[in-house]
Design a protein. Structure first.
Length: 197
């Protein structure tokens, strides 16, 4: 059996996209700084005019999943990092936004096969958000480390499956399951109701 595990060495081969929500930019700006610091210390050129990291600013967290999915679909990036902050208010708005962003970011990764890192801080107060963005620790660093590890893991996994003749993950020659079942064939896969009686 093979053990697959991401590492933090030789990271300079990877390309990243970072999606940042402008809403609550006091928090997201600090998360971005922490994220850039971690990437830079691992050999990534974080210059916006460079070739390794692209930055995309969106109005708020609700817009993050759409852009993250489009970036991942481009197959230009080894990982996409999503940064935002959703802070609870006095209405249910927090619950709707936090849940949909989490589901959307997860779906973007599932649908594309590209690691999409959920770096959205969800807190009850601005103080809690600021604590997670640098006062006590900066989760932006952790999100970058997750992206580095997942990019490395997927690179190693893809390389291994190609060497073993499986082709690219998710392509027609791969040993992975299809994402959807063709509607015309779905009846072939379901048991006949008459035969179950």
């Amino acid at each position: 059996m093979t053990v697959f595990e991401g590492t933090f060495v030789n990271a300079s081969r990877f390309r990243f996209a970072i999606v940042i929500a402008r809403f609550n930019d006091l928090v997201t700006g600090k998360l971005l700084a922490g994220c850039q610091d971690a990437l830079k210390r691992h050999g990534i050129d974080v210059d916006p005019h460079g070739t390794q990291v692209d930055y995309v600013w969106v109005p708020g967290c609700f817009e993050i999943p759409l852009v993250a999915r489009q970036l991942a679909l481009s197959q230009r990036y080894d990982a996409v990092i999503c940064l935002g902050a959703v802070i609870r208010g006095q209405t249910p708005h927090f619950d709707y936004v936090a849940a949909e962003v989490a589901k959307g970011v997860a779906a973007a990764g599932f649908q594309t096969g590209v690691p999409v890192i959920f770096g959205v801080v969800t807190t009850d107060t601005m103080q809690q958000a600021l604590e997670r963005a640098g006062i006590k620790s900066n989760l932006g660093w952790n999100y970058a480390m997750n992206a580095l590890e997942m990019a490395s893991l997927m690179y190693g996994f893809k390389s291994s499956t190609q060497r073993e003749g499986y082709g690219e993950i998710g392509d027609a020659t791969s040993a992975t399951l299809p994402a959807t079942v063709n509607a015309s064939r779905s009846s072939e896969l379901l048991p006949d109701k008459e035969s179950q009686k």
